[in-house]
Design a protein around this ligand. Sequence first.
Ligand SMILES: Nc1nc2c(ncn2[C@@H]2O[C@H](COP(=O)(O)OP(=O)(O)O)[C@@H](O)[C@H]2O)c(=O)[nH]1
Ligand SMILES: [Mg+2]
Length: 354
Amino acid sequence: MRIKVFTAPHLHEALSKVRKDMGPEALILDRQQSKDASGNTLWHVHAALDSAGAAPTKPATAAVAHPPAPESAPASKQVDVTIRRLERLVEGLGNKESASLRQALSGIAEQDAFDHLSKLGIAASHAFDMAVDFSLRNPTASKTIRWGKRINPGQQRHTVLFTGPAGCGKSTLIAKLAAHYSMKGIRVALLSTDTERMGGLDSLKAYANTLGVPFFPLNKVSDAANILRQTQSAQLLLIDSEGWSPRRDIGLRRQTGLWDAMQCTERFLVLPANMDEEDGMQLLAHNTASSMTHLAFSKLDETQKPGKIVNWSIVAGMPLGYCSFGPEVPEQMGWLTDQALTALLSKASRETPL
Ligand SMILES: Nc1nc2c(ncn2[C@@H]2O[C@H](COP(=O)(O)OP(=O)(O)O)[C@@H](O)[C@H]2O)c(=O)[nH]1
Ligand SMILES: [Mg+2]
């Protein structure tokens, strides 16, 4: 981990030096105030960047007021990632930073934006990063969040897996996508690995019947090759799965074996926005989450704090994709972009009593 101290007459200037030098992954460890020889205030911001974080740009030697602290011994990438997640979690849940970060914003509009984003559940350091753009209604968090590239099954075949906790809305999202793409003339097939649970296949099978698209249960790895053959002509193969969580991951090894056998092109972890933020963080810290390629969010209509999806996205560092904001099939879903996120967070200001 690299730790540096950045000094400037104003806190927001010191923070912007941090962002410029260390990038959006930097963690703010501490801030201190002092006076120079003429009695003017100086802010010293201590920031850290772990070795798995964004590559630093040129060292901002002029910004370093104190000798940087020695680097810690190199840790394995896995440990670094876990530490970063835990630090982000602590940072995300703490309010200590909030008042001084708010104060560091120069204009009333920016401070209002910061207040609004904070009330929606966005961690103070992210709300600070987003406040200027958000106050101007510019696409926000465009640099700190990774945005996924929309799939294009008309151009190449996609095999897309959806996993996540039980009841998060996997089957519903798959039904929405199946309806959406079938209506566009794309050849869709559905598959489910939720075969062990009583009724696990039922809802998706019913949607498949209604939409007139083929449906396959996948029970054993040895059946995968046969299903892949039978679905060869499908342009989009959507795979449903059994729910899992860090506390209930029985059978997960069997599930992951089935997913691997299907040679997925994309793997979405679906997080319901009405889930407790900390529980979502625990899910993201689980090994299974690291084998996913994208994040999707469901139940955005069922939370007062949609801003937690920003915290989750930044901690996960995974590209974002689908979002769902209602139970209706085939509507109430979309693909998250920086504009869509800005609209979602602005909409919450008009519709959510805060
Ligand atoms: N309000 C709301 N309800 C949803 C949304 N997505 C799914 N649901 C509902 O959540 C429940 C569980 O959804 P389901 O797709 O069966 O979850 P699964 O266990 O992950 O497959 C159902 O009653 C759905 O209608 C959503 O975005 N908003
Ligand atoms: Mg289901």
